[in-house]
Design a protein around this ligand. Structure first.
Ligand SMILES: Cc1cc2nc3c(=O)[nH]c(=O)nc-3n(C[C@H](O)[C@H](O)[C@H](O)COP(=O)(O)OP(=O)(O)OC[C@H]3O[C@@H](n4cnc5c(N)ncnc54)[C@H](O)[C@@H]3O)c2cc1C
Length: 763
């Protein structure tokens, strides 16, 4: 007894009559109102009494909101497959992902020929359909960058552009009865759609056998092919024939088809609104109950089987079928509709083989247990803004923590807050603002908590309140062995130490507990533009003087400089951004005065603004698109002298970097002992970031800068070079981290990051 495990669904099969002109639409709307899942229409483009089916489907899609729409089935010989695919990929997003593509090989050949179509033998029809499906799926495969080429007997496409992107994985349903067609369905389709009128007793069982066997030979799960059936008749109290009688009679007739022949979609062929209504109200609920009872199940979840097209995009090396059942609903594969939204990160275009989006700590543990045995990279993602680009990959697994985004105030008196790694810093600041609190974090509100709070956190209060990790009081994480551990000064203190600076090496953080700090309702927020090339000593002189001014200014000021290449022949403009942590505008002006003399000011905006607005104000809705590996270099400098300034300015002069940012540190950051956390760069007063597009060119210049640096900040670097990585930690810190790594993650499960086990000794 085949049971393919699909939920039952029901459709209507409506004649696309031209008269009355709104008849088919009204029946479609009636179907939707009655709760049918699908409306479908025959496609006979040579039939004058009928509307063109595509046009009608579009009209119906525009006047309905929920119901799925399909042809039952399209006449392939009169519909060139590449165009058909594009029409489907257009109506699918237009209708909100409600399209299914029903395909038929032909029939009525005289009429087809009369319309300019080909005449095909049964064998040719199957071949042509096979080629057509390849083309249709190829056109929909917009992630494949190559133009589509299919060199078939019946259809040739020679470099067709792919797209548009369908809104969902459009199922392909094929009608047909003969073994050759059934074998094609088994290999290529998502559903088999015959009509009961064309079947003899035993035909369904025989056909299912052929489909199942062929699917298995083709390495497909037979459950991937939904078995559907067009049925017709009338529902009357008096009839006694099959499909002509009261609702109970219908249930008796349909039940064996569902539980013995595996049919899970019944499509009622009728243009009679009363029959539709009786079917919807009397037959469907009774049939559902009867099927549930016969299956011995209280309802049934969808079987989670992916379509052939989706499975074809799986990556070799990942044991997809071994994914724990607990993660089935949270797994996104390359062929899934949601994949485009999760494949890339802000800084890197990726093509992971599997993205798991857990919602519970148990699911995080299951995801780690699964990933541990996959011979592919493992990325851990929270906000997806990692400069390193390690939170996506090519062909690997990604654990995406974006569902862990809760922000909860735990204790008003101690300003204790619990924050999920998937939360964004702008959300954190918005939740804390009504309490009169903030958390020193980054300057860019869309950055995620998970990546920033495991490595450091340079933000607008750095000089006054230190790094984000300095406010961390406890962290909960799932370790490589799948254990949920809470680390704090009291519990697992060594792990707590390591999580503050090298966290990605030790597990997946599931929650952070911070102590927030007070913040006034408004702070000073300054954005100044300087003609730096006109400063004494030019741009380099400007940089040195800024750094010197920052060292002596009050701790309530934290600022940064943004440098981009100058336009040849024009002055070099450098932007200064600063936050002054006071509600007193007079103090703000006072604090900014020393900077005003650095160079001629060519633009300025100084305002009093809520901190949460400052953090949210710099967001740009870019890149998160398809682009390559990020190229970024980070340096920490204890002193920022003229040599370092000159070499920094040269990065732009030589155009090896398009973006250089200097940030002020020191102050409260340096109050913390360099071995108190696993962030080693406590003595630095300036952070330098340089981003480029050519790694070699940038490195050639960066090598001139490195000898003048005291360290680097992991969160601003993209280099996995072990020697370079060693600069992020002092030799003592590195040694301690490695010892802990050997204990907590002996298999080096968390390695596709700044991996302490791979770092070459700095010492
Ligand atoms: C536009 C922009 C502005 C920035 N501004 C600042 C700034 O002002 N100050 C600053 O300090 N940094 C800043 N950064 C750098 C930022 O801190 C890091 O890129 C950080 O890693 C991003 O965190 P995320 O969760 O968004 O990143 P993701 O890409 O999700 O993660 C980055 C890395 O962190 C690790 N990780 C992520 N989640 C977890 C977790 N739950 N458990 C364990 N490890 C995890 C992984 O190794 C991952 O590869 C900025 C980055 C960008 C792109």
């Amino acid at each position: 007894m085949p049971d393919y495990g699909h939920e039952l669904s029901f459709g209507t099969f409506i004649t696309p009559n031209v008269s009355p002109s709104d008849g088919a639409l009204q029946l479609a709307r009636h179907s939707e109102e009655l709760g049918f899942d699908l409306v479908s229409f025959q496609d006979h483009p040579y039939q004058l009494a009928f509307f063109d089916t595509w046009t009608l489907m579009t009209w119906v899609a525009a006047h309905t909101s929920r119901v799925q729409i399909s042809a039952n089935v399209h006449n392939l010989p009169l519909r060139p497959p590449a165009v058909l695919a594009r029409a489907a990929a257009s109506l699918d997003p237009l209708s909100g992902g409600r399209l299914a593509l029903g395909l038929g090989a032909g029939g009525f050949w005289d009429a087809i020929v009369a319309m300019g179509g080909p005449r095909r033998t049964p064998g040719e029809s199957v071949e042509a359909l096979d080629e057509a499906i390849e083309i249709v799926r190829g056109i929909w495969d917009v992630d494949d960058r190559d133009r589509l080429r299919v060199d078939g007997e019946h259809y040739r496409v020679e470099g067709a552009k792919r797209g548009p992107r369908p809104a969902h994985d459009i199922p392909i349903w094929v009608g047909g009865y003969k073994p050759r067609m059934l074998r094609l369905i088994a290999r290529r389709a998502d559903g088999w759609l015959p009509s009961l009128f064309g079947l003899e007793p035993g035909d369904l069982a025989r056909a299912n056998e052929i489909i199942d066997e062929t699917a298995l030979e083709a390495d497909r799960d037979p459950r991937a092919i939904r078995r559907m059936l067009n049925v017709g008749g009338d529902i009357s109290a008096s009839g006694t024939e099959p499909f002509h009688g009261p609702a109970e009679r219908w249930v008796d007739d349909l039940l064996p088809l569902a539980v013995q022949d595996g049919i899970s979609t019944f499509i009622l062929a009728t243009d009679d609104p009363a029959v539709m209504e009786a079917f919807a109200l009397e037959v469907i609920p009774a049939l559902r109950d009867a099927v549930t009872e016969a299956r011995g199940l209280e309802g049934r979840a969808p079987n989670g089987v992916r379509s052939a097209a989706a499975r074809a995009k799986r990556i070799a090396g990942i044991d997809y079928d071994g994914l724990p059942a607990s993660l089935a609903a949270e797994a996104i594969e390359p062929g899934d509709p949601g994949y485009a939204a999760v494949r890339n990160t802000y800084n890197r275009g990726g093509a992971p083989g599997l993205v798991v989006t857990p919602r519970t700590v148990e699911q995080v543990a299951d995801a780690i247990a699964f990933a541990r045995h996959q011979p592919v990279p493992l990325g851990v993602r929270s906000g997806g803004h990692g400069v390193s680009g390690r939170s996506t990959n090519d062909g690997g697994v990604v654990i995406d923590m974006s569902h862990f985004a809760e922000i909860t105030v735990l204790d008003e008196a101690t300003r204790r807050v619990r924050v999920g790694p998937g939360a964004r810093w702008m959300d954190v600041s918005a939740v804390l603002a009504p309490h009169g609190w903030a958390l020193t974090s980054g300057d860019y509100g869309a950055v995620g908590v998970g990546g920033l709070a495991t490595a450091g956190g340079f933000g607008w209060f750095a000089r006054e309140h230190g790094l984000t990790i300095d406010h961390l009081r406890a962290v909960e994480l799932v370790t490589a062995s799948g254990e949920l551990v809470r680390a704090s000064e009291e519990e697992h203190p060594e792990l707590f130490w390591a999580m503050r600076g090298a966290g990605a090496n030790f597990g997946v953080a599931t929650a952070f507990e911070f102590e927030a700090h007070p913040v006034p309702p408004h702070v000073g927020w300054a954005q100044l533009a300087f003609e730096a090339s006109a400063a004494p000593g030019g741009v380099a002189g400007f940089l040195v003087n800024w750094a010197a001014a920052m060292v002596v200014t009050s701790r309530d000021v934290t600022s940064s400089l943004v440098l981009t290449p100058s336009v040849p022949g024009l002055p070099h403009i450098v932007r200064l951004l600063a936050v002054v942590d006071t509600a007193d505008s007079g103090v703000v002006i006072e604090r900014l005065r020393p900077f005003a003399g650095l160079a001629p000011i060519v633009g300025q905006q100084v305002q009093m603004a809520p901190y949460e607005e400052v953090v949210a104000s710099l967001i740009e809705h870019a890149p998160h698109d398809e682009h390559g590996e990020p190229v970024s270099r980070s340096g920490l400098a204890d002193t920022f002298g003229i040599q370092l300034a000159t070499r920094t300015a040269r990065l732009l002069e030589k155009r090896v970097s398009h973006f250089v940012q200097l940030r002020s540190l020191g102050g409260a950051v340096s109050d913390v002992e360099s071995d108190a956390t696993a962030y080693s760069g406590r003595s630095a007063t300036v952070s330098i970031v340089a981003q480029g597009s050519e790694e070699r060119a940038l490195d050639a210049e960066w090598r001139q800068i490195e000898p003048l640096l005291s360290g680097s900040y992991l969160n601003f670097d993209s280099s996995l070079d072990p020697a370079r990585l060693a600069r992020a930690w002092s030799p003592q810190t590195l040694q301690r981290l490695r010892a802990l790594k050997a204990e907590c993650d002996p298999q080096n499960v968390f390695r596709d990051n700044f991996n302490v086990a791979a770092v070459r000794d700095a010492g």
